[in-house]
Design a protein around this ligand. Structure first.
Ligand code: ADP
Ligand code: ASP
Ligand code: MG
Length: 405
């Protein structure tokens, strides 16, 4: 008997028939004698729909009220999944995040999990029930409902696997593993049998939505090995685990594209100590993630700052920057017609020429680079959004990642 945490994403529980399919898979694992804790997402599209409704009523909704609203998406699927299991004779109990003892900090819409009190859940598990937990949600010390950031059901699953010392953690989705690029964008992408936490983390944070970034961070920190698999077939998936020596032999493991970014240009601010600090403190205090910062010195003691922010945070960034710019001077402009393209691989630590290969491939395709940033295991460039898919295919081919290459 093994203790297994399974997570089913939004497409996997997208309608009644798919919930039945999930229930059948849970039953098979239960009948094989395993203990099961199952995390489910909201039905595909529901979280987006709820956000759209909130914004139709109020352009900058209160984040507390957003969390109250968004939590209902997952609350629907836990109850329906439990009922589907009852319908086929499997004992199951549904739990909201709060009922599952998932305690978070107070940052609404992207709360961090602080502790999990799994005692109530353990009791129901010991009584022979399958436990169905609402992904993406928790509760803070003030008793307020919080959510864990988009894609946060992955985090719920991985944190629960750590908390209850599960033998296995399986993330079921609509693709049968992690590919060298999003297979919807790069048809020649190949499934990876395994990938290191560091590479998965970079790919996720650079736009590969197959795993939520924070969930991978959590898995790396607590050593939770997990497998990404499909809920629609029985194919083996991708194992995500600690790096092992041979992984460095591959220079580029994968390519990521993020189209949900905006470029911000703050122009003509005073070129003196403290200006950049003032601008970025304002964004930090609003909990806005900033990336790819470039400063150019302009003329007459004025400078320009360019950086990227998630598109979903653009309106809050505008609001946060206004008071700072009244102090520093300068103007802000946003460009939403951009995308971030990145190549990732632990092999970059020991191989040279990766930037040249990427820039050559993009130059041959006639694609202009607007911002560039590098780290030990990744290179990212900002390019025009309408060229992003083409750029991803060019980079994928240039690093020999295409299937059959
Ligand atoms: P879920 O609802 O199950 O959490 P997501 O939509 O969040 O599913 O993630 C699965 C999707 O991630 C796939 O449909 C695929 O288009 C996308 N994706 C992006 N990059 C990759 C990649 N490198 N490998 C596999 N899938 C990827
Ligand atoms: N329903 C949430 C979202 O769409 C969480 C998740 O699916 O993981 O972001
Ligand atoms: Mg997801």
């Amino acid at each position: 008997m093994a203790r297994i945490v399974q997570k089913y994403g939004g497409t996997s529980v997208g309608d009644v028939d798919r919930i039945k399919n999930v229930a059948g898979r849970i039953k098979a694992a239960r009948d094989a004698g395993n203990e099961l804790v199952v995390v489910v997402s909201a039905r595909a599209g529901v979280t987006n729909e709820l956000i759209a409704r909130a914004k139709a009523l109020c352009p900058l909704p209160s984040e507390r009220e957003l969390d109250q609203l968004l939590a209902i998406g997952e609350q629907e699927t836990i109850a329906l999944t439990a009922m589907a299991l009852h319908g086929i004779g499997v004992r199951a109990v549904s739990y909201t995040g709060a009922q599952a003892g998932i305690f978070t900090d107070k940052v609404h819409t992207k709360a961090k999990i602080r502790t999990i009190n799994a005692a109530p859940l353990e009791k129901d598990l010991a009584d022979g029930n399958v436990i169905i937990v609402a992904g993406f949600q928790g509760i803070n010390d003030d008793g307020q409902v919080t959510t864990l950031g988009r894609g946060g059901s992955d985090l719920t699953a991985i944190a629960l696997a750590a908390a209850i010392q599960a033998d296995k953690c399986e993330i079921y989705t609509d693709v049968d593993g992690v590919y060298t690029a999003d297979p919807r964008v790069v048809p020649a992408a190949r499934k990876l049998p395994e990938i290191s936490y560091d590479e998965m983390l970079e790919l996720a944070s650079l736009g590969s939505k197959v795993m939520q970034t924070r969930s991978v961070e959590f898995a790396a920190k607590y050593g939770v090995v997990f497998e990404v698999r499909s809920s629609f077939n029985q194919n083996p998936g991708t194992i995500v685990k600690q790096e092992v020596a041979y992984m460095e032999k591959v220079v580029v493991r994968g390519v990521a594209v993020d189209k949900d970014q905006a470029k911000v240009v703050v122009s003509s601010i005073a070129d003196k100590p403290g200006t950049a600090a003032r601008v970025f403190r304002a964004l930090a205090e609003a909990n806005i993630n900033v990336d790819m910062i470039v400063q150019n010195v302009g003329r007459g003691g004025l400078a320009n700052l360019s950086f990227t922010v998630p598109l979903s945070e653009k309106d809050r960034a505008v609001a946060a920057l206004a008071p700072a710019l009244r102090e520093t001077g300068g103007e802000v402009a946003f460009d939403e017609r951009i995308a971030k393209l990145s190549v990732v691989g632990v092999g970059m630590r020991t191989h040279s020429g990766v930037a040249a290969t990427l820039f050559d491939a993009l130059a041959r395709a006639g694609i202009n680079l607007e911002l560039i940033s590098t780290s030990e295991i990744k290179i990212s460039v900002v390019i025009a959004k309408d060229r992003a898919d083409e750029a991803a295919r060019a980079a994928h081919a240039a690093f020999g990642l295409d299937a059959g290459a």
